[in-house]
Design a protein around this ligand. Structure first.
Ligand code: FAD
Length: 370
């Protein structure tokens, strides 16, 4: 089916929303985008993209702009909280033939996606306040009082989606009992290595995201924003923790903190309203698959729409194709959280013996095309 005459609304100009605009470019539909933020952001920390994410960026014609502003990661290294190595994976070899693993400032990913959508109009500072089914269409009311009818509404508005609240009986995200802190610090070495230290139910992670910057991630228990978190982090883990924390004394403008949440739904659509990306299937970030799944959603949805006979048939086909993959990621993130929650001596034993094998099997099914 061609998209000519079809009106699509995309709610959310994040990874899933912008990638979908880019993926639908040739289809012929009229695509409107509303984004709650007042404009493109230059803030945010870093993001790590595995080979299945960069494969989708390549499909969208963005491989080069991303390569220009990212660091290609060669290895993922896991150690215990005293810095003793548990396992070390050559991820460049692991994802060979799929795509490079890269890390970059989030703002650069956003900017590349924005460039990829060309002149598609984005209405910044806008969001829907009501969605009402009218036959095969949806009548949408926006917060500026405007109304419009669409043949397809995509909720690409993230883990705490408004579209999900308005059209899916208010189903909320589930708290995973982890509170995450992220910030950017000066880079202290030349190695293109993703590196984690595992504590019990806590992790401290560093990834270079440019020639000058390192992205730091720390998650601990469920209690939000405890004043003593920096001291606890410094006491629990070994270097480069204290160096990375010191950067916050000079500049904490990049510090982001918030709970890790997941979304599990029986169905992603209600009539012609479909949830994609985190709005449909957010998980713990421990596999770094959130952006990859959002990018795959965009590409698969565009193919489903182009090959189906109707919007309803496309949404059915899309969900049937995407479910096994997002369910796999969800189950593997649970396995990983369980393994890192083991008592340290047992965890170290398991990770030294089986860590590499577990890591490979976590990602194995994602090497195939989505
Ligand atoms: C701590 C942490 C670390 C992570 N690290 C990684 C990583 O290294 N690699 C990785 O692949 N993934 C990572 N993720 C996951 C990744 O960030 C998400 O999976 C990804 O951003 C999902 O894209 P999205 O477009 O669905 O949602 P988002 O990127 O959240 O975009 C949603 C957009 O919708 C907008 N919006 C929200 N509400 C409305 C509304 N009512 N109306 C209009 N617009 C609205 C928002 O402003 C935003 O622009 C991490 C997540 C967390 C929590």
């Amino acid at each position: 089916m061609r998209g000519d005459g079809i009106r699509v609304l995309i709610v959310g100009g994040g990874v899933a929303g912008l990638a979908t605009v880019a993926a639908l470019r040739e289809w012929g539909a009229t695509v409107d985008v509303v984004e709650r933020a007042p404009g493109p952001t230059d803030s945010g920390t870093g993001i790590y993209l595995t080979g299945n994410a960069t494969r989708m960026l390549d499909v969208l014609g963005l491989a080069e702009p991303i390569a220009d502003v990212s660091v290609e990661i060669a290895r993922q290294r896991s150690a215990n909280q005293r810095g003793r190595r548990l396992f070390d994976i050559d991820v460049a070899a692991l994802w060979q033939g799929v795509g490079p693993c890269v890390s970059l400032p989030r703002a650069h990913l956003h900017r590349a996606l924005l460039d990829g959508v060309g002149d598609a109009p984005i209405r910044w500072g806008r969001q829907p306040v009501a969605l009402v089914a009218e036959g095969d269409q949806v009548a949408v009311e926006f917060d500026d009082g405007a109304t419009a009818r669409y043949d397809l509404v995509l909720g690409a508005d993230g883990v705490n989606s408004t579209v999900r609240r308005l059209a899916f009986d208010g189903q909320a995200a589930r708290d995973l009992g982890q509170y995450a802190y992220r910030w950017v610090a000066p880079r202290v070495d030349d190695e293109p290595v993703w590196s984690v230290q595992l504590g019990r139910g806590r992790q401290f992670l560093t990834i270079p995201i440019s020639a000058e910057q390192t992205y730091c991630y720390y998650n601990d228990g469920p209690v939000a924003d405890r004043p003593g978190w920096r001291d606890e982090l410094a006491e629990t883990f070994t270097q480069p923790v204290s160096t990375m924390l010191k950067a916050l004394d000079y500049d904490d403008s990049t510090l982001h903190a918030g709970p890790n949440q997941e979304v599990v739904l029986d169905s992603w659509s209600r009539g012609p309203v479909l949830l994609i990306g985190d709005a449909a299937h957010a998980t713990s970030p421990n596999m770094a698959q959130g952006a990859a799944m959002a990018l795959e959603d965009a590409v698969v949805l565009a193919t489903s729409l182009a090959t189906a006979g109707s919007v309803a048939e496309a949404l059915q086909g899309y969900e049937a194709r995407r479910r096994p993959r997002t369910d796999w990621v969800l189950s593997q993130t649970h396995r990983r959280d369980k393994a890192t929650g083991l008592p340290p001596a047992l965890r170290d034993l398991v990770m030294r013996r089986l860590g590499e094998q577990m890591f490979r099997s976590n990602y194995g099914p994602l090497f195939a095309q989505p």
